[in-house]
Design a protein around this ligand. Sequence first.
Ligand SMILES: [Zn+2]
Length: 233
Amino acid sequence: MVGLTLSLLAGLLLWTVAHRDAQTAFTVVRPKRFTADTVVIDAGHGGEDGGAVSQSGTVESQINLAVARRLDEIFGLYGVDVKMLRTEDAALYSDGVNTLREKKVSDIHNRVKMIESVPNATLISIHQNTYPSTKFHGAQVFYSNETLSCPLAQFVQETLRTVLDPSNNRKAAKISDSVYLMNHISCRAILVECGFLSNPAEDELLCTEAYQTKIAAALGAAYLGFTQEEMTS
Ligand SMILES: [Zn+2]
């Protein structure tokens, strides 16, 4: 039942995004139940910090931003409050820092501060995976705080499996202690590795607008579906 509801919701979201130019003709419905929380969307990396780079030259930060923008658009259509940590290809470090290392540290500290300043926040941090071997592929969701974030992470993982690739058997997993941002925030938070840039086929797929939209629609459907279940349970 949940799977069916999600499929329908994801289908509706995909249709909505595909026809978004026509949306101006409609009144946007803002259901009250979706407005209590703010979704903070973190497009990982940016500017000098491109994150992972694929063999074909795909820069992770740009895929992250493309998916984040689409997710922001989808949430906008459904009346969800969104705070985007970045909307351009730029890092978020403070003035007065010089080396790349200082910039990275300042950028991460600023992201933490921005997230912590949002009341009732749910963080969706968007990244792309990479691995020395080319064989690994598939989206995976990570969380830090088990009680607070694991149920959402599992729900999102299941939705990504249903919508993107039914053969993806990856499970939502606890994130490494070394990921500073995810371990220094207090809100519900998930980090989504949308796919592996080290896998040539997935790299190619991740570069297409259609697949970026599909990922965003799956993430949007998962958040809305999870929120709805929370409200009714
Ligand atoms: Zn990353």
